[in-house]
Ligand binder design. Structure first.
Ligand code: F6R
Length: 615
């Protein structure tokens, strides 16, 4: 949440920063702002609403050019999305400008202190106190990095801060605690940003910053210390995708592009994970096999879509390894006093690797002695860095706020992990593992086939644009798919959408069924366990008898559902546990089309932001 850019180099800082903000707008779009240093001092502009408003403002009121600058795109926490609350925030003399991502928990006390010392604070934000504190500390330290270290030691909460000062016009200073900040290292220019997409057009060399570090950037160098000023260890890495991966590439929306990229994302996530003898080799899983063998419980923590991937993973883990597996919303986990120990394997699933709820849950798990393995899509992010091991998904950058390709690759990674546990613990024979891996390897093509048949789904979605409610039902692994379908519809189409376990319907929710209510039913494979399939066919009849308009997602060749389906969406036959890889896809397309038909912003749904870095 909130996107931050800093630049020191030879180009126009304003151009570089605004271009970077465009790439980060998915992190928040309540307001945007920039500050640039030039010979004439510090010039800033900020505007409520999307970045385009700021761009108009910059046309009407051009800023003096300079080659050092910072920028921000906001997801509002403290204070509404107004011009005054937009970042950057300046001190009263207008010498220092700061942008911030996170929440400064002790800001009220600091604000009072500053007011007592005669500071005049204009906004409702927690951030503004930092600008004033930096100005005070700079007046005695005479150095922005030192001022930042002194200020950071006084702050509680989570923050990425990036600041400039008119009296040190070559320097940008950043700091991080619990919120993301990466450095881009160029030639004669350096960058700071919430994620690498902001500077990927300029450099693919990045430096991962650790917790409680301050970075000083000039066009010629990068210096990193801890909050006490001691030199800090950092990790340099090469970004393995380029600028084109973070562009729409001819699609109207990032979401459409990312849905279409799913076959490749699935294939890439499988790549190189099986050796010549057919054994799984998950190189990044550095937890010793002996520890994995002894694990007596798996606990999965995640949020939103990643949580739904975890719910599906549970079926595979328990079935293939016979280890009990719990799945918990990361935001609830540590408040429940969960029972964890050295034999608990915790799996933290996160696309961004920065979700604060998941990060806090994993820290709690490690404090209790559990081993944590991250399933993550973002190299250099906090969650893998703080975990004992990581299994990367290779979805490439996901820009649309609604997660699609990351979800499918999370599923693939979890299946691989479950099979690996089965391999290590001897609960699955090599040939059994190989058989599943072979099925996984052909799923990319099946997803492609699903994508080729989506026109009727799009037409159906358009015809339902006037509806208020859509329900989703599923059983077994189809239940989390129903939850995911409902989540996609809520966040994109702003419709009332609920996912239910089909068997639960009769315990209450069936009262919601009324004439012509659209109900999407995800039908398990008929060859799985016929009782499971038979039961859901009965459920479809029950809702249809009460007037529901049934939209049935069923495998090719499943004839039993035909008489009860008002609309039938066919998916290829897959092994039971793998079906979510294909059954989710029509639901993504359905939600995307409904959002478009209702005139909503597909890539940037209201109130949301990608990478949720507040709790
Ligand atoms: C929904 C969506 C969110 C994320 C959730 C976790 O489409 O994208 O529900 O799945 O915020 O994010 P990560 O995976 O980055 O931890």
């Amino acid at each position: 949440m909130c996107g931050i850019v800093g630049y020191a180099g030879g180009q126009s800082a304003l151009d570089v920063v605004v271009a970077g903000l465009k790439r980060l707008e998915y992190r928040g779009y309540d307001s945007a702002g920039v500050a640039v240093l030039s010979d004439g001092g510090l010039a800033a502009a900020k505007k409520a609403g999307k970045l385009v408003n700021l761009e108009k403002e910059l046309v009407n009121r051009p800023l003096a050019g300079g080659s050092v600058g910072i920028g921000h795109t906001r997801w509002a926490t403290h204070g509404g999305p107004t011009d005054v609350n937009a970042h950057p925030h300046l001190d009263n003399a207008g010498r220092v400008a700061v942008v911030h991502n996170g929440i400064i928990e002790n800001f009220a006390a600091l604000r009072e202190e500053l007011a007592d010392r005669g500071h005049d604070l204009a906004s409702e934000t927690d951030t503004e106190v930092v600008a004033h504190l930096l100005a005070e500390e700079f007046s005695s330290a005479g150095d922005l990095a030192e001022a930042m270290r002194l200020v950071c030691r006084r702050l509680d909460g989570a923050f990425t801060l990036v600041a400039v000062h008119a009296d040190q016009p070559d320097v940008v200073v950043g700091a991080r605690r619990n919120s993301p900040l990466v450095v881009g290292v160029g030639e004669g220019e350096n960058f700071l940003a919430s994620d690498v997409s902001a500077f990927i057009a300029h450099t693919r060399s990045a430096i991962e910053l650790g917790q409680d570090q301050v970075v000083e950037l000039t066009r010629d160098g990068v210096t990193v210390t801890d909050f006490d000023g001691a030199p800090a260890d950092v990790r340099a890495y090469h970004v393995d995708w380029d600028a084109s991966a973070a562009e729409k590439g001819g699609y109207d929306y990032f979401m459409l592009k990312e849905i279409a990229e799913q076959p490749k994302a699935v294939a890439d996530t499988l790549l190189g994970r099986i050796d010549g003898s057919g054994r799984l080799t998950l190189d990044e899983v550095r937890i010793p096999d002996a520890v994995l063998r002894e694990a007596d419980k798996v606990v999965i923590i995640a949020c939103g879509t990643a949580f739904h991937a975890g719910l599906i993973a549970k079926y595979a883990i328990e079935h293939w390894t016979r280890i009990p597996c719990e799945v918990e919303l990361a935001s609830e986990f540590r408040y429940r006093d969960p029972i964890l120990g050295q034999k608990t394997l915790v799996i933290a699933i996160s696309q961004s690797g920065e979700t604060m709820d998941t990060l806090m849950a994993l820290r709690h798990a490690r404090e209790q002695g559990a081993k944590v393995l991250a399933v993550c899509n973002t190299n250099g992010s906090t969650i893998p860095r703080e975990s004992d091991a990581v299994l990367y998904t290779h979805a490439g950058p996901e820009v649309a706020v609604a997660s699609t390709k990351a979800f499918l690759t999370q599923l693939v990674a979890c299946y691989l992990l479950a099979l690996y546990l089965g391999q290590v613990r001897g609960t699955k024979w090599g040939d059994e593992i190989h058989a599943v891996v072979r099925e996984l390897a052909r799923i990319g093509d099946e997803v492609e086939r699903v994508l080729e048949t989506m026109e009727p789904v799009r037409a159906l979605a358009r015809s339902l644009a006037h509806k208020d409610t859509v329900l989703f039902l599923g059983r077994h692994v189809g239940y989390p798919v129903a939850l995911e379908g409902a989540l996609k519809l809520k966040e994109l189409a702003y419709m009332h959408a609920e996912g239910f376990a089909a068997g639960e319907l009769k315990h209450g929710p069936i009262a919601l069924i009324e004439e012509d209510l659209p109900v999407v039913v995800v039908v398990p494979s008929p060859k799985a366990r016929s009782v499971l399939h038979d039961k859901i066919v009965s459920n479809i009849q029950e809702i249809r008898a009460r007037g529901a308009r049934t939209i049935v997602i069923a495998e090719e060749g499943d004839e039993a559902v035909v008489p009860y389906a008002d609309h039938l969406i066919r998916i290829p036959a897959t092994p039971t546990l793998l079906q979510p890889l294909v059954s989710t896809v029509p639901l993504q397309v359905f939600a995307c089309e409904l959002a478009t038909a209702r005139g909503n912003e597909v890539d940037q749904p209201r109130n949301l932001a990608k990478s949720v870095t507040v709790e």
